[in-house]
Design a protein around this ligand. Structure first.
Ligand SMILES: Nc1ncnc2c1ncn2[C@@H]1O[C@H](COP(=O)(O)OP(=O)(O)O)[C@@H](O)[C@H]1O
Ligand SMILES: [Mg+2]
Length: 284
């Protein structure tokens, strides 16, 4: 899986180096780039999030904003609260205290509105979580048809475009069990994109994969970044985080220790805790 470094990637859209995305400049209008309503430059704003499970406080006052068009990487040791934070963003977990706003609006308590807000956030899990009884295209079209009421033919057309985008046009009718882990994760990404989310939340999307399959998934994520997709990426792939992220957050023990652009964080971190973690993962 190395011959993919050309200008036109497996997801079939020209990479325009000139408009690499930083700080919410995602262009819209050509139909291939992700964007959203103007004036909504902060997609997710979390303020002083705390979360306890019983007596265990796993988030201890986390504040972070995700700006439109940026890739925010979240790194940190196992158990530091990365997944819980991501799950709070899209209300898979309810914070014990603190506020989360999506596009300027607090996460709703009314189920209907909350469902609409959650649909703006695509989630990609470590273990894919595809529906095993549905084909690749079935997985991708399920939510648009069931949740949005999209006509099946239209959902299929768009779904095939998305499968083409992740390099799986020829696997549309395959079931998850017939696909490799890397292919399944690419289907999962296509499925998340099918709802036209404002932001993708990716929780260690490559850590369940055999090493030789990691690259094909990272390639898709990188191309989405280049197209301006807003993403929060929890990852242990430090080299990739450094390459693709606009900002990196280092979490430890339920708190953000340090937040910096990747060049700064990976080469010249302020906190000795950040440095120690990076040394550990780079020497493992
Ligand atoms: N549903 C849960 N019930 C109890 N404890 C949990 C639950 N989810 C996570 N935890 C605990 O919260 C801490 C943070 O977990 P997690 O957010 O998964 O960390 P990370 O993703 O950084 O590895 C861990 O100690 C974990 O055991
Ligand atoms: Mg986790």
């Amino acid at each position: 899986m190395t011959a993919r470094q050309t200008g036109v990637g497996p997801i079939g859209i020209d990479i325009d180096e000139g408009s690499a995305v930083t700080g919410g400049s995602a262009a819209a209008g050509d139909g291939t780039r992700f964007g959203g309503a103007p004036g909504q430059d902060v997609v997710i704003r979390a303020v002083d999030i705390r979360k306890s499970f019983g007596r265990l406080e796993v988030l201890k006052g986390v504040s972070v904003s995700v700006r439109r068009g940026e890739v925010l990487a979240v790194i940190g040791p196992s158990g530091s609260g990365k997944s819980t934070l991501l799950r709070c963003f899209n209300a898979l977990e309810l914070p014990t205290s603190g506020t989360i706003e999506i596009l300027g609006e607090p996460l709703a308590t009314k189920p209907r509105r909350l469902a609409q807000q959650r649909a703006k956030m695509g989630m990609v899990f470590q273990r894919f979580h595809l529906f095993p009884h549905l084909t690749a295209i079935g997985n991708v079209t399920e939510a648009p048809v069931q949740v949005k009421g999209m006509p099946r033919a239209e959902a299929r057309r768009e779904g095939l475009n998305l499968l083409t985008k992740v390099g799986l046009a020829d696997k549309a009718d395959a079931y998850p069990a017939q696909l490799s882990g890397g292919q399944q994760q690419r289907v999962a990404i296509a499925r998340a994109l099918a709802m036209k989310p404002e932001v993708l939340l990716l929780d260690e999307p490559t850590s369940a994969l055999d090493p030789e399959l990691v690259g094909e998934v990272l390639q898709v994520i990188q191309q989405l970044a280049q197209e301006g997709m807003t993403m929060v990426l929890v990852t242990h792939e430090m080299g990739f985080a450094r390459k693709v992220a606009d900002r990196v957050i280092f979490m430890e023990d339920g708190a953000i220790v340090e937040e910096a652009p990747p060049e700064k964080l990976f080469t010249n971190a302020d906190s000795p805790r950040t440095r120690r973690f990076l040394q550990q993962v780079q020497h493992d």
